[in-house]
Design a protein around this ligand. Structure first.
Ligand SMILES: C[S@@+](CC[C@H](N)C(=O)[O-])C[C@H]1O[C@@H](n2cnc3c(N)ncnc32)[C@H](O)[C@@H]1O
Length: 259
């Protein structure tokens, strides 16, 4: 991990970027990293949560989870179907991978991934790439995907759709987006509707890039994929009926990449 990354993400309690003091931050970061190794991380983050913003606490938690995962050298997957960044959606018959509580805990930002070349026929990764930085994280991520997928394999990615989100802002003042979220999980949106755009673009600092189809297909092709085709969730579900629906087509871009 690179201390400059924490420098760039260090926020005050009200969400503003704190003036950079690299040496102090470097020391603080090393302290946090050593504590992670010593298993004290959760106590430290709990302590910090009174001092730093919720956004910083959430990012530290992610870094802590990453520090705790040691990618093993080589693992033979139990199936040729990789579900990457599965979260709590464990899908039967798939090799469900995430940072924690998965079939195989892996930090996808540490390379190479622990699976042999051409291990998988199919990969599905839903709402993960928006958490990665375009230049420094997505290109290595896609290049590992190209390596582990078999030549005739398929990679299905879903991510928030910048175009749908911007259209919804202009056409319905975010109405379709907020209704969708209320159908799925959100009780109430106590802000003016436009703030929902901030939520989708930033999600408390967790989201680093949103994509429209043009940007995602450009990225995939630059990473070496031969094709990037656009679909909707129904297509993904008819290809892999074992996947539970997310019901979020109003805000989501679905693509299939092939080598
Ligand atoms: C928004 S959630 C999506 C979860 C699930 N795919 C879904 O559709 O509900 C993003 C997931 O990416 C995982 N993730 C983020 N960074 C990761 C990393 N470096 N290595 C492995 N998983 C990571 C998170 O733990 C989280 O489960």
């Amino acid at each position: 991990m690179n201390p400059t990354r924490i420098t760039m993400r260090w926020y005050s309690k009200d969400g503003g970027l704190v003036r950079r003091v690299p040496l102090i931050e470097k020391a603080l970061y090393s302290m946090v990293r050593l504590s992670m190794r010593a298993g004290l991380v959760h106590r430290i983050i709990r302590g910090l949560s009174g001092v730093v913003s919720p956004r910083t606490a959430a990012l530290l938690q992610l870094e802590a989870a990453r520090a705790q995962v040691r990618n093993r050298r080589e693992i033979t997957p139990t199936t040729g179907k990789l579900h990457l960044g599965c979260g709590t959606r464990i899908v039967e018959g798939w090799f469900n991978v995430d940072l924690f509580e998965s079939d195989c805990d892996v930090d996808i930002l540490k390379h190479p991934w622990p699976w042999p070349t051409h291990s998988f026929d199919h990969v599905v990764s839903q709402h993960v790439i928006e958490h990665l930085d375009l230049d420094s994280e997505i290109f290595p991520f896609l290049s590992e995907l190209r390596r582990v997928v078999r030549p005739a394999g398929e990679v299905w990615l879903t991510t928030p759709d910048m175009e749908k989100i911007c259209r919804a802002y202009l056409e319905s003042r975010c109405g379709t987006l907020i209704e969708g979220a209320q159908r799925r999980w959100m009780k109430d949106w106590p802000y003016p509707p436009s703030h929902y755009i901030n939520h989708l673009f930033h999600q408390n600092g967790e989201h680093k890039n949103l994509f429209d189809f043009e940007l995602l297909s450009w990225t995939a092709k630059k990473a070496g994929f031969a094709s990037c085709e656009r679909f909707i969730e129904k297509d993904l579900l008819s290809r892999f009926p074992e996947f539970p629906p997310r019901w979020d087509d109003e805000q989501t871009l679905v693509v299939r990449l092939r080598n």
